[in-house]
Design a protein around this ligand. Structure first.
Ligand code: 5GP
Length: 246
């Protein structure tokens, strides 16, 4: 990758300029962070697993009509994506109480919610990704009303589809985080697409039978077995982890 122009290095990924116009390359690292960078470590092979799981999920979602920034996987750790302007919001879906929601309201983790909740956080590490209400998003012009409606419609559809997909392999989709981007239509306009990644780094997955956590909470909470949990999610999804890079 050394000959590529590095555009940005995040906690779990590096972005390089792609070799086609208006594209970027997402390079998935093994680095893991939690609690806004306070806890740092690595999960061996995570980058390869998350790259391949993201490929599968983005491909499936585009097949059900969700536009995504994903173009194609290039190698074990790299994927080519459209260059989008990221909407600086973390779109969080909760089907079952866990994590921040359980802590904030004192609700036992694992309590099923009457209906899914979609909430937003401002994507800003310096501010600690604060939760942001819709009226603040609109007044601060972070996204327009039309965009918010579209984001919520797409997010509901994604949740319905992914809950079923994971249930089919014995995993309960507890919650997850999405990011959306504005993709130029080649004229003056743009449209919204699902961007970033979908992997056990940004969702909670519990085994239906054993209630085992199969996601990044294993790292956040020092439970151990994170490599095996990520590998098991990939295995159940039918994602091959055989290396293709030589
Ligand atoms: P919570 O708000 O309970 O910490 O997280 C809710 C869900 O969103 C979890 O599945 C968690 O993995 C995901 N999530 C929330 N914030 C972030 C973030 O900054 N990065 C990543 N990778 N996932 C996040």
């Amino acid at each position: 990758m050394s000959d590529k122009e590095k555009l940005y290095e995040g906690k779990a990924k590096i972005l390089y300029r792609g070799d086609r116009p208006n594209t970027i390359i997402q390079y998935f690292k093994d680095d893991a962070t939690a609690f806004n960078n306070v806890k740092k470590g690595t999960i061996a092979g995570k980058g390869v697993i998350n790259n391949k799981i993201t490929e599968l999920i983005m491909t499936r979602l585009s097949q059900i009509g969700i536009p995504t920034a994903f173009i194609k996987r290039l190698s074990d750790r790299e994927q080519l994506c459209h260059d989008v302007e990221i909407v600086p919001l973390e779109v969080i879906v909760r089907n079952t109480a866990a994590g921040t929601m359980s802590k904030t309201y004192g609700i036992e983790e694992g309590t099923r919610l009457r209906r899914p909740i979609i909430e937003f956080s401002l994507k800003d590490d310096d501010l600690g990704d604060p939760i942001i209400p819709e009226n603040h998003i609109l007044v601060l012009e972070i996204a327009s009303e039309e965009e918010l409606i579209e984001i919520m419609e797409m997010t509901s559809k994604i949740n319905d589809y992914l809950r079923g997909l994971f249930a089919g392999i014995g995993l309960e989709l507890i919650d997850f985080k999405l990011e959306f981007g504005r993709l130029s239509d080649g004229d003056d306009g743009h449209f919204l697409v699902l961007a970033d990644e979908f992997s056990p780094d940004n969702c909670r997955l519990w085994d239906f039978e054993t209630q085992e956590k199969m996601d990044k909470d294993r790292f956040r909470r020092d439970l151990g077995g994170e490599v095996e949990a990520y590998q098991e999610v990939a295995r159940r999804l039918g994602v091959s982890l055989e290396t293709e890079d030589e």
